[in-house]
Design a binder for this molecule. Structure first.
Ligand code: ZN
Length: 67
């Protein structure tokens, strides 16, 4: 009962759970998604991370002016 081992094409991963080429939801660029949950290209991801990494300081209304 080792027949299933001879048919790699039969092996199926859960849909959307396997690495594949997808389109970025942000810029519609085709990128390599490493699996489920990856719908944004690394570029946009970096941008998002970059954005969310920015502290809302230096805007003028900071409580840093403690003098
Ligand atoms: Zn993108």
């Amino acid at each position: 009962m080792n027949d299933s081992d001879l048919n790699p094409s039969i092996v199926k991963t859960a849909r959307g759970d396997a690495p594949a080429e997808r389109r970025c939801l942000r810029c519609s660029a085709v990128f390599w998604s490493e699996g489920f949950g990856e719908r944004i290209c690394k570029r946009c991801k970096a941008q998002a991370a970059w954005k969310s990494a920015i502290p809302s300081a230096n805007s003028g209304s900071g409580r840093r002016s403690a003098r």
